[in-house]
Design a protein around this ligand. Structure first.
Ligand SMILES: COc1cccc([C@H]2O[C@H](CC(=O)N[C@@H](CC(=O)O)C(=O)O)C(=O)N(CC(C)(C)C)c3ccc(Cl)cc32)c1OC
Length: 341
């Protein structure tokens, strides 16, 4: 194509991707060429939208219109909105380079990314003005910020003609909820200590059964109640595991499969670490580094995904039969885990 305004700086876009998504950028770069650039730009576009949503120094009356209008900026070569910290700030400062690359994508890919950015920005704006109270709010918020990403990716897979199977919205949505809810659970301490103002997404309908205010769980004296709340939330997210496996089982391209499966395996590994673990309230619980690397190379088949899911499900079942045996939700988790198995 005749480059009307200089060719996009793809090296810069991929260096930004490496900066903002650590291990995951490697998996994106292994995608087939007809999908790789679209996913790289989709990731950076969503990361920019997320950076605006996350920046607590932006006044609400400025942030809400910015989020709602974000999708109209995708074609504006001059637009940038400098906010956020560190590598995310570098993304926002250099955002016109992302726009230049976005405008080189196939028009179908541009349309998918624009539609998701529009719906996500609108959803984020809705939750700037109200908190996550009920479990229904929790599912809706996670649908907006993560489920929509899953839906958009399915459209990109189809447009690139790499996937032809039936990948319905509720399965794609579950892929997002499984990842987002896991992050929300894992990041309790990081989020509640956030300056200048914490933004918490734990649904009050659940945590309200275990404490008066979310901060109560930071107090070691409330550790038993905090862990019971944590286990209740792990049970809630594990309900999406079966749909996540169903989605993965329908994929046809091996690189698309790895791209989708690796984050899901990391998520259930994180959940197994977090379940019944009081350290969630004193530090950030992560999978052991060696385990992450092992799964990055070994997740090449549905068989290996089942083995990984079964491995982590058994870790949680052992906790249900051991230290968590008196936890009211451990019994129900046992049922959900047996479904996974
Ligand atoms: C079918 O759906 C998917 C299939 C494959 C991957 C993802 C999903 O996985 C990463 C994985 C990732 O980004 N991992 C990070 C670790 C971390 O940030 O915790 C990393 O390894 O650096 C992730 O976390 N999110 C962010 C959301 C969950 C909000 C969607 C994400 C953001 C943009 C895109 Cl294009 C994709 C994803 C999917 O999205 C649901």
């Amino acid at each position: 194509k005749a480059q009307t305004r200089g060719s996009p700086d793809w090296d810069f876009c991929y260096s930004l991707l490496n900066a903002v998504s650590r291990s995951f950028s490697i998996v994106i770069q292994q995608l087939p060429p007809q999908l790789r650039d679209a996913v790289c730009i989709f990731y950076l576009v969503l990361r920019a939208l997320d950076t605006i949503e996350d920046d607590m120094t932006i006044p609400v009356d400025v942030k809400v219109p910015e989020l709602v209008k974000f999708h109209t900026r995708l074609r504006d070569r001059e637009w940038k909105y400098v906010c956020g910290e560190k590598d995310y700030r570098r993304l926002m400062l250099n955002y016109p380079l992302v726009t230049q690359a976005f405008l080189q994508l196939d028009s179908v890919h541009q349309e998918v990314i624009t539609d998701i950015a529009r719906r996500m920005g609108k959803g984020m704006a809705e939750f700037i003005e109200r908190d996550v109270e009920t479990v229904q709010d929790y599912d809706l918020y996670c649908h907006y910020v993560a489920g929509l990403t899953g839906l958009g990716l399915v459209h990109l897979f189809k447009a690139s003609r790499l996937e032809h199977g039936d990948l319905p919205d509720d399965l794609a949505n579950s892929m997002g909820l499984f990842l987002q809810k896991t992050n929300i659970i894992r990041d309790y301490l990081e989020d509640i200590n956030e300056e200048p103002a914490p933004r918490m997404f734990w649904p009050k309908e659940i945590w309200g059964k275990y404490g008066r205010v979310l901060e109560d769980f930071k107090d070691p004296a409330n550790s038993a109640a905090a862990v019971q709340c944590l286990n209740h939330l792990v049970l809630n997210v594990m309900r999406h595991a079966v749909r996540s496996l169903e989605f993965l089982s329908r994929l046809q391209d091996i690189q698309v499969f790895r791209f989708c499966a690796i984050p899901q395996v990391m998520a259930i590994g994180t959940l197994a670490e977090c379940f019944n673990n009081p350290q969630v309230f004193t530090g950030v619980v992560k999978m052991r580094r060696g385990e992450t690397a092992k799964y990055m190379v070994s997740i090449n088949s549905m068989r290996n995904v089942y083995l990984a899911f079964a491995h982590f499900a058994c870790i949680m079942i052992k906790k249900c039969n051991g230290p968590a045996q008196n936890d009211p939700h451990a019994t129900e988790l046992h049922v959900v885990l047996n479904e996974v198995l």
